[in-house]
Write a protein that binds this ligand. Structure first.
Ligand code: PMT
Length: 410
């Protein structure tokens, strides 16, 4: 059944291959009761026709600021009546224009002349995304209060693989609707992203640990490190000094963070003990092995017909150690549960005596590109709906900033 959200957005398309996803996005938004007015740059028209977008939305598409259909003050009128402008796809070039306040076509003029929120779904090649100029422009948009949706990592149209791929239409529709409904995620995402953690030292654990059984075998888990690295990235974006203690992962080193590579839980514990005195905030995202082999063999254990019994010893609880220090940093824990998420998470927050715990379903979170979190703090619970891990990490870190600053004022 069509839900009447009664919101009106301008959907701006710029010239990237991901423009084809905008057709489905418009359809999904309209299905949820969002009125969609499409505006396209000339470059976007090379990838998808205005006729397609007009047929889907039932409204003439705005393209040319000098054309008869868009004469008058289209740039002012259109943004005045909109609840938000969403740019999807947003190319590196268009993002640069937004960051510098350029207005040399109808869509960029609409963005500059708006008094409504702006949401930007980036889409570009991984090297364009990683380029320092793009990252500067993205950071500027964050400071200007623009809401960034994605991008995510994956296969790219050019045949390469990496960060810069636009989120799928379903993901964007969900995030846009959440934004229009003022959910906790949207509030966290739409806060102005000043450098609120400038000078704040954040210690983060990420990834799995590996507990050797013998020379070639060990106990580990499927944590990829993606969630912890995303949290590190989100903290860096706000100006934090980040130390990332990472178990074995296949991820590239986080630029700008001090990365300490470890293998076992004991090594992770040592690294945390070494750096915790300098930390203002500690975030335990790592999936630390709860047990290790009592007597790991230096040589490969030979196969035999006998039963092999492995004695396991419990590992130290790193988060509990940090939280119980005489002057602990602001502590944030994660809980990965396969059932009874809420009950287990609340019990874990209480047992570990930490102000904030982020709970996720292990089977949906571990190794995945996306996640959903429920945050538990003294005020209750806050759901951060499913989205890519970087978007989620930004919302989580915004929540941490609020609690951390409140704690300092007491
Ligand atoms: O790495 P990804 O593939 O992106 O997956 C992310 C994730 C699912 C691993 C992550 O979101 C997550 O949930 N991390 C915590 C997983 C976990 O081990 O939860 P736990 O319930 O066992 O531990 C609770 C908390 O105590 C965690 O903050 C953990 O880091 C910490 N802990 C646990 C055991 C231990 N010996 N020392 C710890 O510090």
């Amino acid at each position: 059944m069509k839900q009447e959200l009664k919101k009106h957005i301008v959907l701006g398309l710029t010239g990237g291959i991901a423009a084809y996803k905008a057709a489905e996005l418009a359809r999904l938004l309209m299905k949820q009761g969002v009125e969609v007015q499409v505006a396209m740059t000339e470059a976007a028209c090379h990838f998808i026709t205005p006729a397609t977008m007009q047929a889907l939305t039932g409204r003439p598409v705005l393209v040319n600021q000098w054309g008869a259909a868009e004469s008058g003050m289209a740039h002012i009128d259109t943004s005045r009546t909109a609840d938000a402008i969403v740019i999807a796809p947003a190319t590196a070039d268009f993002i640069a224009k937004l960051a510098h306040g350029l207005a040399d076509d109808l869509l960029s003029t609409l963005c500059l002349a708006r008094d409504c929120p702006l949401l930007v779904a980036s889409a570009m090649n991984r090297q364009m995304w990683a380029n320092a100029a793009t990252q500067r422009n993205i950071a500027q948009l964050g400071r200007d209060g623009v809401t960034l949706l994605g991008p995510c990592s994956g296969a790219q149209a050019c045949g390469e693989e990496g960060m810069g791929r636009m989120l799928e239409a379903e993901e964007l529709a969900r995030d846009i609707v959440a934004f229009l409904q003022n959910t906790p995620l949207s509030l966290a995402l739409s806060r102005k992203r000043e450098r609120e953690l400038e000078g704040v030292r954040v210690l983060i654990t990420a990834g799995p640990t590996y507990e050797a059984i013998d020379a070639v075998r060990g106990i580990t888990n499927r944590s990829s490190g993606k969630m912890g690295y995303a949290v590190a990235q989100a903290a860096l974006e706000l100006g934090a000094q980040v130390t990332l203690v990472s178990g074995p992962t296949a991820l590239p080193k986080t630029q700008g963070a001090r990365v300490v590579d470890v293998t076992s839980a004991a090594e992770m514990f040592d690294a945390v003990k070494q750096h915790v005195a300098d930390a203002d905030i500690f975030i335990g995202v790592a999936a630390v092995a709860d047990y290790r082999a009592a007597q790991p063999s230096e040589q490969k254990i030979k196969k035999s017909a006998d039963t092999l019994t492995l004695e396991l010893l419990p590992n130290p609880d790193i988060l509990a150690y940090v939280a119980n220090l005489p002057k602990p940093p602001f502590c944030v824990g994660f809980a990965a549960e396969s059932e009874n998420l809420r009950e287990q998470a609340k019990a874990k927050r209480k047992a570990k005596k930490i102000p904030l715990l982020a709970a996720n379903l292990a089977q949906q979170a571990i190794g995945a590109d996306e996640n959903e979190l429920i945050l538990f703090d003294d005020a209750g619970e806050h759901v951060l709906p499913r989205t890519d891990k970087l978007t989620l990490a930004r919302a989580l870190v915004q929540h941490i900033v609020i609690l951390y600053q409140q704690g300092k004022q007491r």
